[in-house]
Design a protein around this ligand. Sequence first.
Ligand code: KG4
Ligand code: ZN
Length: 340
Amino acid sequence: MTADTTIILGIESSCDDTSIAVLKGNKILANVVASQLIHANYGGVVPEIASRNHQEMIWNTLQQALSIAKIEINQLDGIAVTKGPGLLGSLLVGVSFAKGLSLVTNKPLLGVHHMKAHILAHFISDANQCPPSFPFLCLTVSGGHTQIVLVKSALEMEIIGKTIDDAAGEAFDKAAKMLGLPYPGGPLIDKHGQLGDETKYTFSKPKIQNLDFSFSGVKTSIKYQLEKWKNEDADFVENNLPDLCASIQKTIVDILIEKCISATKQTGIKQFALAGGVSANSKLRNDFTNTLEALQVKTYIPKFEYCTDNGAMIAMAGKFLYDRNIFENQELCAQARLNF
Ligand code: KG4
Ligand code: ZN
């Protein structure tokens, strides 16, 4: 069997990470991520600043990726780009750049759905883990989305559960903000929580019968309890930060895991993958594996570098489109909202 030597460039600019990767076959040769730390000063992503930064970073990011991969631009077989969903101005930078590259190199343009790419990151070659086989379930948890997806094939996916309000990443970030932690607070809750007692505080959990999620009640419960505790002791958060982070993290992760258990019971599918930025969370990774494997469900956890936004997953998703000759033309538009 001859090795697959197709080379795909993956361009990601949907939010606040400018990332470009080079994929050969299903192996990543380079995955350069330029994260925009400036948004921490504003407590959240400022769309206008994000798109300007993408504009400034994208050329150098491409040069770095090609140089690490030792690939000349004319060796590329296809150019994959996130077409949505995401911040419109940010997406526009990546899409316009990809269209320009496609035009000058005369290589096909591949338009990728950001959330599907998070899922398809599982097909990037990994010495430690085989990819799942179809059909499988995937919990996709990011800053903007929380979904349970039934993945029938690389191109056919059905959302069987979704958040009716905030996303899990948003819940982490908003809780972190209430604790006075900078944006994005999710990784900081994880870090401080590792030193804390997760059973110290309890927050109210939603009671939703189907596979949908809700995090707005948790957020309100954290807000009011914190206000009460801070009224009693002005230094309450400072003195109890690890326990607070661990308890908040446990509440959010428990909500996610309960729905995963219901989804596997309802569908009878015994393979479950995890995807999206929140899959970097250490407790979620542990609990997801331990709880589901105890139910004889095989679990798939992405490599850490493919959890948060990255060009590698865009290149991998683009490869599936390339193999099926699903190409875009110069009329490709960035779409802030994009259905599955
Ligand atoms: O997928 P992603 O990189 O960007 C979007 O498409 O939204 O996800 C970003 C989200 C943010 O809300 C961030 O706080 C969260 O993922 N996140 C985490 C961790 N690492 C990233 N949340 C909890 N624990 C982490 N270790
Ligand atoms: Zn993402």
